[in-house]
Design a binder for this molecule. Structure first.
Ligand SMILES: Cc1cc2nc3c(=O)[nH]c(=O)nc-3n(C[C@H](O)[C@H](O)[C@H](O)COP(=O)(O)OP(=O)(O)OC[C@H]3O[C@@H](n4cnc5c(N)ncnc54)[C@H](O)[C@@H]3O)c2cc1C
Ligand code: SF4
Ligand code: SF4
Ligand code: SF4
Length: 369
């Protein structure tokens, strides 16, 4: 598929994205800039990327087209992925969980993402998966997982308040995971899976559309639902602790469904509504319209399913094949009582409700830009 002849450059990104406060600082534009090592642009210490050698810019527009906050390729992608508003194409929706207790114990929800990646690795259908692991509470770093141990390390969202927290001033739940892809650019032999938020999968699909390396080695895209990502400092952390009368040091793990859910070491749970987290939400997220990861092969969230189960939306033929094989080979399970037609209708309704909420929020935000 070809891109319409639209002449865009990094300057357009500055005007249309940076100056409107919409840059999510994902680093995609810098990582895949055609000027490469000549370095036309670079990340700033804080805030959007910037020109460092404007005269080296090839005016190719790659940075513009792959940015998740630009929409020139949307029609093309919507057509290709049979976008059906508001939740996108869905061949099937299910509540499911990993069969392995080891995976379930640690996972965010039912461990289905980890179990399917494990199936792909076991069967040599991929050489690795771009996932991310804990660096500290609310802090993760992306990496290429190549075995089950790596995958288990990457699963779930357990807190570790030991050494890393001390002196940590900025907390961020967003990981610039696509940058990890850059490191495997030269290897044509690899087959990869990537796990990412809707903005990350959006970028990868655009790269594939434009044949930007190494998007061709991404064989499977596993998307997470995402309503909001957070970025906050020590002061914000203390405000949250005071307002909700808890200490992050007592938190064992966290999850996001219809609220931010904190699970404490003593077994208690605290649900903080998104409305109370508005000030620490990343500004770019308020302009983001995609909740359920519409361009992924399979999308995963907790929303609509009971605790410790994952909601999966199978969207593409590739996703369907992988999911069914993982199911048939016993890597994942679908409890019968949760997957009757009525349950599926309820699941769909829930995902639609939150997809509409996010679409409306994005429209409202963009109207004011
Ligand atoms: C930032 C964020 C926001 C989310 N918001 C919602 C929401 O609003 N509603 C909802 O229902 N579900 C949301 N989810 C999805 C949910 O938390 C679970 O990740 C999902 O249900 C899969 O659960 P699982 O047990 O099957 O995954 P697991 O088996 O635990 O695997 C999760 C995988 O995701 C990877 N991962 C973790 N964090 C990130 C990240 N920030 N970026 C990229 N990859 C990551 C891990 O490395 C791991 O491979 C969100 C997830 C994230 C990371
Ligand atoms: S060379 Fe291309 S990708 Fe790099 S900044 Fe210029 S327009 Fe963007
Ligand atoms: S959102 Fe990402 S790709 Fe877009 S301008 Fe910001 S850093 Fe670059
Ligand atoms: S809300 Fe949108 S922009 Fe923010 S992290 Fe999630 S997918 Fe990315």
């Amino acid at each position: 598929m070809t891109v319409k002849a639209v002449s865009k450059t990094f300057e357009d990104l500055i005007i249309e994205v940076h100056e409107k406060g919409l840059c999510g600082e994902c680093g995609g534009c810098v990582s895949f800039c055609s000027a490469g090592d000549i370095k036309a642009i670079e990340m700033s210490e804080s805030g959007p990327p910037k020109y460092i050698n404007k005269d080296k810019c090839l005016k190719c527009g790659i940075c513009y087209f792959i940015c998740p906050q630009t929409h020139v390729l949307n029609d093309q992608l919507n057509k290709k992925f049979n976008y059906d508003p508001p939740i996108g194409n869905q061949l099937k929706i299910a509540s499911c969980h990993a069969s392995s207790e080891e995976i379930r114990k640690r996972a965010t929800d039912g461990g289905v993402v980890t179990a399917i990646l494990n199936y792909l690795l076991d069967n040599k259908l991929i050489d690795g998966a771009v996932v991310c692991k804990r660096k500290g509470p609310f802090n993760r770093v992306s990496f290429l997982a190549t075995n089950k141990e790596d995958l288990i390390e990457a699963s779930g969202s357990h807190f570790d308040f030991s050494s890393q927290v001390v002196g940590l001033e900025k907390y961020n739940t967003f990981i610039a995971a696509n940058i990890e892809l850059k490191k495997v650019r030269s290897s044509d032999l690899l087959n990869l899976a990537v796990v990412g938020t809707p903005c990350q999968i959006n970028s990868i699909r655009k790269m594939q559309e434009l044949s930007i390396l190494p998007a061709h080695i991404v064989k499977y895209t596993f998307g997470l639902f995402c309503y909001l990502n957070f970025s906050f400092n020590d002061e914000d952390r203390k405000k949250l602790e005071e307002k909700f009368n808890f200490s992050f040091e007592d938190v064992e793990s966290m999850n996001v469904r219809e609220d931010l859910i904190l699970y404490f070491k003593n077994g208690n749970t605290l649900k903080i509504p998104f409305s109370d987290l508005h000030d620490i939400g990343r500004p770019a997220c308020y302009a983001c319209p995609d909740f359920s990861n519409i361009y992924a092969d399979i999308s995963f969230g907790g929303l609509g399913s009971p605790e410790k189960l994952t909601t999966a939306i199978i969207r593409t033929k590739i996703g369907e094949k992988v999911y069914n094989n993982a199911l048939n080979k016993g890597y994942i399970k679908e409890p019968i009582e949760l997957n009757r037609p009525n349950n599926k209708m309820e699941l769909l309704a829930k995902v639609k409700e939150w997809s509409n909420k996010k679409l409306e929020r994005a429209e409202k935000t963009l109207k004011n830009k």
